[in-house]
Design a protein around this ligand. Structure first.
Ligand code: OOG
Ligand code: MG
Length: 272
């Protein structure tokens, strides 16, 4: 087996058993191409078990995230239906290793996009031609690596720490207005734990679409009509509470929430 297949298997087991593993880079010299090959092999394993692709996610599009994790390049990762939760649904804390949560802007793609498609990245289709709707979203990230520490190649191989996501109500893109400076609030158990602005996301989260198109073309991903793109968190991530509630609000777009449970009895009593 090649290094990417071996490591994809290890990352897959780490996620399924909620057990942290050593960083890929602790034993190998890993380049970005091998890291993306590993991520593709990891997702291929999940698809072989019946999961379906639902979209893509960008990472480290804000300074807040780049500084928190010490990674400064924008990354791209994969979302599947097994990661998707309904608004205000319960996330079983026991399925994760050391989960964190962060507020996101979600885009719903109106058409397939390729690397040269977007305004500013080639032929110049306006955003409104490729984006159907926008929504507030939450992402749960859970590095499969010990101590939530990684190099750029490590985190790319680990599907950029993707664990779960929840999307709030969609607003049609043409009615959402400018999204370049909206207040973002993250609340844990009713208390504000992070605040920021959508401006933190590449200056304007709309730029995430062109960035995703470029990264997708370079690293073998496709942006499909009807799929979701998470633009990357505007604030640093915070620890996911064991038994609690988390809510993200984006001014003018609304709110989205999640509940967490860490014990079998609390899942049975309060679940669904
Ligand atoms: C990697 C995921 C980064 C974002 O929104 O910037 C990310 C991590 O921080 O573990 O999802
Ligand atoms: Mg994220």
């Amino acid at each position: 087996m090649t290094a990417d297949a071996v490591f994809a298997a290890a990352l897959d087991t780490a996620q399924r058993t909620a057990t942290a593993i050593n960083q890929f880079s602790s034993t190998e010299e890993v380049g970005l191409d091998t890291a993306y090959a590993t991520q593709h092999a990891l997702i291929a394993r999940r698809l072989a078990r019946g999961e379906r692709l639902t979209g893509l996610k960008l990472g480290f599009t804000s300074q807040a995230k780049a500084q928190q994790m010490g990674v400064s390049d924008v990354t791209i990762g994969t979302l599947t239906d097994a990661m998707r939760l309904d608004d205000d649904a319960v996330f079983d804390r026991r399925s994760a290793i050391h989960p964190r949560i962060e507020p996101e802007v979600a885009y719903l793609l109106a058409s397939d996009i390729d690397g040269t498609d977007i305004d500013g990245a080639g032929s110049g289709r306006p955003l409104a031609a490729v984006i159907a709707a926008v929504a507030p979203a939450l992402e749960i990230i859970d590095s499969r690596y010990r101590d939530f520490r990684f190099s750029l190649a490590d985190v790319v191989a680990d599907n950029t720490s993707a664990a779960a996501y929840v999307v709030g109500p969609w607003t049609p893109f043409d009615r959402a207005g400018a999204l370049d400076n909206r207040a973002v609030t993250l609340e844990v158990d009713g208390r504000i734990s992070a605040t920021g602005s959508t401006a933190a996301i590449l200056g304007d989260p709309g730029r995430a679409v062109a960035a995703a198109a470029r990264l997708a073309a370079r690293h073998g991903f496709t942006l499909r009509a009807g799929s979701i793109l998470l633009a990357g968190a505007a604030t640093a991530a915070v620890p996911l509470p064991d038994d609690g509630t988390v809510e993200a609000t984006i001014a003018g777009l609304g709110r989205v929430g999640i509940r967490t449970r860490s014990r079998a009895d609390s899942l049975a009593q309060k679940g669904s």
